[in-house]
Design a binder for this molecule. Structure first.
Ligand code: SAM
Length: 416
């Protein structure tokens, strides 16, 4: 036995059965415990909530009760407009319902609010200097305009794909979108998704003709959003699960015309091996990893990662996430960018994975990584999403009763 490795030894023991005397008696005397009566099965949703109460109350402190309540309430959706279907009719229809495209609205609103803040500051400055030299109204306005230009330019420079359109209802409005309808060619006019799921795609900021890899792509919401930019040179969409990859195919067929589908290659590989297969080839890589899917875990019993039999799988998630992120980094060209995302609030699955990946890239692969600042997303999209202000690396959208999107964590890395 001593010569056997730990895993082999355990397997052998299980096959042989227990030693004599310790096994069950003759079959007719065996007492079968009624587990249903002696040990009540705790539903995985309850286990998930208990786990989150223990961990997130420490992380989010006073914010946790409100985030918790939001997780347990109906989530909000966004309607990602399908640019491959005639858009004018659908956008008019959505606007009549009082929905707005949060992507195109964001820079306008951010500029307005900054202009307001700067004018207010300039006004305060004027009254402070009132006792000495009087600053004229014209001078105040000039100062304000100069500051506005300076302060808003990084926001405006941080290009947000002008082609992506996603409609949401205003804060506090919980109207539901109607299901999407097919156009004359049979393509659906919009795709309903958690609007916060669009943020990692916007952060990736795909430029014309770039080669893009979506490492964990199924069922395909973000793949579809990447295609809506209309600029991908090539898009490799991969997911280890064959059944989920079938859903990805369905989405592509329902939303994307044949000639555009030619730029997409769909594969079902283990993403952890990708770096070895096609290392250093992509300009942009999206690593949207499997996670504890916090909202799903507190609401749905089906396919719940908090099910007792999946404990080991759940505990191994940060390791899998780290391996997938490393593969994503290795698949990126020098100078290229990776966006890592999860729909969990857990720092162990978010910032911790980023920190470890940066460290491993440097020490084991001699690759230097820069963690990009995405704080302008907080300013740009503050009217649509509720952001956590204490995220050490990357950005985190918190579910909120008036803006019940997320959770969504995203962080952008540049391979130097
Ligand atoms: C959060 S989901 C991706 C959602 C998708 N990006 C979207 O927007 O529709 C995570 C995906 O990772 C896939 N996955 C899990 N392990 C993987 C692996 N080792 N390699 C590639 N994909 C994996 C799962 O099958 C699952 O579809």
């Amino acid at each position: 036995m001593a010569a056997l490795g730990g895993r082999a030894a355990v397997t052998l023991l299980l096959r042989r059965g227990p030693p004599p005397g310790l096994g069950p008696g003759p079959r007719r005397y065996r007492y079968k415990e009624k587990w249903a009566t002696v040990a009540p099965r705790i539903p995985p949703t309850r286990l998930a909530l208990h786990h989150f109460d223990m961990n997130y109350s420490l992380q989010l402190k006073d914010l946790w009760p409100s985030v918790r309540a939001s997780l347990l309430c109906e989530q909000k959706y966004g309607a990602l407009v399908n640019n491959f279907s005639p858009v004018d009719h659908v956008t008019q229809e959505l606007e009549l319902l009082n929905a707005t495209d949060f992507v195109s609205e964001a820079p306008k609103k951010a500029q307005q609010s900054q202009r307001g803040t700067t004018t207010e500051e300039a006004g305060r400055e004027e009254s402070r200097s009132g006792e000495g030299r009087t600053v004229t109204q014209a001078e105040t306005m000039t100062q304000a305009e100069t500051m506005t230009q300076a302060e808003t330019s990084p926001l405006l420079r941080a290009s947000i794909s002008p082609n992506i359109k996603c409609y949401t209802f205003p804060r506090g409005d919980i109207t539901r979108f109607r299901p999407a309808r097919p156009d004359t060619l049979g393509l659906l006019n919009y795709y309903l998704m958690d609007a916060a799921s669009l943020l990692p795609v916007l952060a990736l900021n795909v430029q014309p003709d770039e080669f893009v890899l979506d490492l964990c792509a199924a069922p395909g919401g973000k793949t579809l959003a990447l295609l809506q930019t209309g600029v991908c040179g090539h898009l490799a969409a991969n997911d280890v699960s064959i059944s989920r990859t079938k859903r990805l195919y369905q989405i592509l067929h329902s939303y994307v015309p044949k000639e555009i589908r030619k730029i997409v290659s769909v594969t079902s590989c283990d993403g952890r091996d990708w770096g070895q297969l096609e290392g250093g080839t992509f300009h942009k890589v999206l690593v949207d990893v499997p996670c504890t899917t916090d909202r799903h875990s507190v609401m749905e019993q089906e396919n719940n990662i908090f099910h007792k039999r999946r404990t080991k799988e759940r505990q191994m998630l940060p390791m899998l996430q780290l391996q997938l992120l490393m593969a994503g980094i290795l698949a990126t060209k020098p100078g290229g960018e990776v966006v890592y995302s999860t729909c969990s609030l857990s720092p162990l699955q978010n910032e911790y994975v980023i920190e470890r990946a940066v460290e491993i890239a440097e020490t084991q692969f001699n690759i230097s990584i820069h963690v990009e600042d995405l704080s302008h997303f907080r300013t740009l999209f503050q009217d649509t999403f509720f952001f956590f202000s204490d995220c050490r690396l990357g950005e985190l959208v918190l579910p909120h009763l008036t803006a019940n999107f997320g959770p969504m964590y995203f962080c952008k890395l540049r391979r130097m």
